[in-house]
Unconditional design. Sequence first.
Length: 274
Amino acid sequence: MSNHLSTSPQPNPSPAPQPANQYASYPSLRDRAVLITGGATGIGESLVRHFARQGSRVTFFDIQDEPAHQLIETLIADGCPAPLYTPCDITNIPALQTAVKRVIDTYGTVDILVNNAANDQRHSIGQVTPEYWDNSIAVNLRPQFFTIQSVLPAMRAAQRGSIINMSSISWMIPSTGVSLYVTAKAAIVGLTRTFAHELGPDNIRVNAVLPGAIVTEKQKRLVYTPEYKAKIMASQALKRDILPDDVARLVLFLAADDSSAITNQSYVIDGGWV
């Protein structure tokens, strides 16, 4: 189970696209400095689009240059502020720290951090070597800690901030065949809760978002079969696909001042699976 799941065509319809003006606008997000990891594709791409449309000053990290540049071109054509794309391998902690410093130097702060980047590569228990373990944690857990650590001086100086960590319902079900991913996603909830209490005195909020079977192009290509689709629809209370845009709208709320009293929480968005 991934927090980036998707689908192939099935009898259960996806929700029809809705006009952008049908959804909430958050004045408090205008001009806020937003940093998103893994922002070129999937849920991350939707996050970048939604924050840009709110008038935020968006920076996103990724290692996928072509989709990153395509996303920027699309947003500029739509009349949105151009996000700043910073190529960054988040498994390289010194490079990650340097990239965060550049964002702060550029915008003066980071008001909102969304720790989104992850890799839900399938594996059996027998495949896991110490090196495989380290590589998985280096993508799915370690960068969340060090990215938070890197933005803290700026958030503390401003005495405000919203940090949203992307977990997954995979550890709640629990999913099988992705044991290291599940381990990391469970740990992210613990990380969120302890940081919420440590950082609360500085008016920094920390929440987690736990997506379920989210329709992304990656998952369409790799894992989502008609059989898996049927299993998901049998498990969900809502009999429709859950889209990246659904996740992004939840994240916008948690980033905005509308949720200024909310911290230390884990929000499930899965169509009622768990």
